[in-house]
Design a protein around this ligand. Sequence first.
Ligand code: SF4
Length: 479
Amino acid sequence: MAVYRPDAAEARKVYIETLGCQMNQNDSELMFGLLAQEGFEPTDDRKDADLIIINTCQIRGNAEDKAYSYLGAWNKLKRKNPDIRIAMAGCVAQQTKDEVFKRSPFVDIVIGTQNIHDLPNLVRKAFSTDNTGHVMAVDKQKARSTYDYIADIAPVRQSKTSAWVTIIEGCDYFCTYCVVPYTRGRQISRPAASILDEVKQLADSGYKEITLLGQTVDSYGKDFDGQRYGLAHLLEDIHEQAPEIARIRFMTSHPLDLSDEIIRAVADLPRVMEFIHIPMQAGNNAVLERMRRGYTKEQYFDLMDRIRDMIPGVAISGDFIVGFPGETEAQFQETLDAVYRSRPDACNTASYSARKQTPAGIWETKGEGVISEAEKDDRLQRLNAVIAEVALSINQGYADQTVEVLVEGKSKRQQFDRWRGRTRTNKVVNFDSPVSGHDFTGELLQVKITGVGAWAFQGVHQPADQTDNPAIATATAGA
Ligand code: SF4
């Protein structure tokens, strides 16, 4: 068991368990970076850690329960070694604040979504011999200037090829089921200069792909006073100023903010990938209205048609929620119809889960329109089956095509011979190569698709010219 020794030569260790979305994962990378400046090294083994952090998510009720069940297990570690420190970060911490200490008194640190930059201070206090209690930092709303701290830290990133770059936090939409505006606050866009600095640093470090992140990434810039600078302008600037970045992506878009200007930027800029993630959430207009999504199904379909007209070969993914309070079977059937009509390449799906501080959560608490868990499960299964059917029919168009794949690393299932990457349209490809003894991670390869499924392809690498490639020449020399 590791013990905190402030003067010891060996580095202290930090373990972070990340729940939830890419923005949480990006926050964890920033936390690792901040803690590296304090002399902490990441560890994959929580039993070996001096500091254990759970970065929580509150989108679904079970994510909160999951967070507390992790904490329960970690309490046992702390009983064995009182010198370790335990922290809760993320949306549950932001929303429940010092309730966390009441529910789990062994937790030492609570840190809100707007306070990541305070982590070093809190950790110093929590480990201080003078400290006798809990420490917490939970502010209500990030100021734009706090984005400056990002420029001073080097996040410890999970991948050496693809990086997330947060460009906007929070949301102004207040959909009736969603906690984000309460936990992450109102929309606040990061200054473009700060984003461009980070992207150029990533390019200098050899990253090939970036994904610009935000809860409503296409709203970027709407909160800038007196400036007309949005996502389309940012894409153009990144494209021009960081030509080493081979692939630029962005997510998640809101249907009301995906302007023709943004769609045109995706169509015109060759290193912006022809892939858009744009949630529909439901296929019935009454349900969409109760969700307060601000669009009708017809408007969503028009948008899909416009995207497909303007961006040849584009892939579109989405999100759907089933079992929203009051959703009838007939209304759910319209969601199934909407999948056939809009033909998404992939979808995240979830059965509705009440968050008590939201309007829909309050309806559920009052018993209004509650759908049973069994019914939700049944609808979810039927929706997933239709989505898989549509995805497979789209993917059949890739069979026997040769496509560009950015290699992410070895294939998970067959560590030694197969590689894994993604097409420009974000399809996963597991493929073999005639070349052995060469690490393709981070390279763009031509791969012939030999098999398609709903969620992944099989393929074979097609080297351009075997005699020109020293790696291939070496690998085939003994044959
Ligand atoms: S737009 Fe997205 S993040 Fe914003 S409130 Fe609605 S679901 Fe939540």
